[in-house]
Design a protein around this ligand. Structure first.
Ligand code: PMP
Length: 381
């Protein structure tokens, strides 16, 4: 073997791969990884077929199919009131993950500090580290996981280059409030701090609340990479299709990396989504669709010994299990899969230090029958 010095010595296989594999192996109901167990719209599949039959099978333009970028610009303006130029400010990516990695690679230099909030989606910290950046994390406290902005202020110094936000939040299902936006705006004012705003669940906000996209606030928008994912929006996580919105000066740097990472992404899917997006119901109906699932699942869980944490957005429901056992969350998640037949994600996996607050995360983007079966099993715990 040739000696290789690992660039990520602490990193193993992600918990999502591990838990989904265990669910498959044991035949457990998989509420761990965040993906629907129902199909995406047949109309969308038909549109992909049509695009393929129409010969859209070669490289797309590096930044993405123009028709799709135009539809995204129109949607963003309609929803958040901000104008993104499809030519210079919008790039189509291979899902949110590639967009996040690309944005971090584009602007983070060795020793730059990046603030993240933990629990955090697991792809932020490795990307920062690979660029030689330094992760500064602020741990949020259950059950409400609010950001203590005075603590964020203390983390900021002249090396701070970026703050990574995620609303609606995976795994905690919280959303940023207008107060958070005001605090954030005050904090970054007159500072050279960029924002990476992971908004892949932008359309999954419940109870009539609004999604506080960075695109709504000009002073934040000007310093933000905003990431979204059609995998989440259109129940097609396997298509790995997303995008990055950023003002031209940031998009210019983003595309320098994007062109060498993937050059361009799946052409027929881009044509299909461009067509599908023309009907705004395809995304405006999502909050009601998922809120119904959330309410149904929460009602079922009321009959178990799991304690429900709040869920304001995303398709995740976290639960505390202190009333059941004092096992470590990783051990309990494995036992729950093997003995009770339901797979969940232990939330300690979202902390670099593996902080265990005895909380599990379930994904409720599932058919009613799946949720019923899962609740029947969880009642026995
Ligand atoms: N960010 C968050 C918070 C996510 O939950 C996910 C998907 N689980 C992603 C980004 C990645 O999205 P995609 O599947 O489009 O790469």
């Amino acid at each position: 073997m040739i000696p290789v010095i690992s660039k990520l010595p602490q990193t193993g296989t992600t918990i999502f791969t591990t838990m989904s594999a265990l669910a498959n192996e044991t035949g457990a109901i998989n509420l761990s990884q965040g993906f629907p167990d129902y199909d995406c719209s047949p109309q969308l599949v038909e549109l992909v077929n049509k695009a393929m039959q129409n010969g859209h099978n070669q490289y797309a333009p590096m930044a993405g199919v123009m028709a799709l970028r135009e539809q995204i610009a129109a949607k963003t303006e309609r929803l958040y009131g901000s104008v993104y130029n499809p030519d210079t400010d919008i790039t189509i990516t291979a899902g949110g993950t590639q967009a996040i990695f690309t944005a971090i690679s584009a602007v983070i230099h060795p020793n730059d500090e990046v603030i993240i909030f933990e629990p955090a989606y697991d792809c932020y910290a490795p990307a920062i580290k690979l660029m030689g950046g330094v992760v500064k994390s602020l741990e949020l406290e259950p059950p409400n996981y609010r950001i203590a902005w005075d603590m964020v202020k203390r983390l900021i110094n002249n090396k701070t280059r970026m703050i990574i936000l995620n609303s609606p939040h995976n795994p905690t299902a919280t959303i940023l409030s207008k107060e958070d936006i005001d605090e954030l705006s005050a904090l970054v004012k007159n500072q050279d701090i960029l924002i990476l705003s992971d908004e892949v669940y932008e359309h999954l906000v419940f109870d009539g609340e609004v999604h506080h996209s960075m695109a709504r606030y000009p002073e934040l928008q000007q310093r933000s990479f905003i990431i979204s994912s059609f995998g989440k929006t259109f129940h097609a996580t396997g298509w790995k299709m997303g995008y990055c919105l950023a003002p031209a000066y940031l998009t210019q740097e983003f595309r320098k990396i994007h062109q060498f990472l993937v050059f361009s992404v799946n052409t027929p899917v881009q044509y299909a989504i461009a067509e599908y997006l023309k009907d705004e119901h395809t995304y405006l109906d999502l909050p009601a669709f998922f809120q119904q699932k959330r309410d149904y699942f929460r009602a079922g869980l009321q009959n178990t010994r799991f304690k429900l944490l709040p869920c304001a957005g995303s398709y995740f429901q976290s639960v505390a299990y202190d009333a059941i056992t004092d096992e470590k969350d990783t051990d309990f998640a494995i036992r729950l899969t093997k003995e009770f037949g339901v797979a969940a994600i232990p939330v300690s996996a979202f902390y670099r230090k593996g902080i265990d607050r005895h909380i599990l995360r379930f994904c409720f983007a599932k058919r009613q029958e799946t949720l019923d079966n899962a609740v029947d099993k969880l009642i026995k715990v």
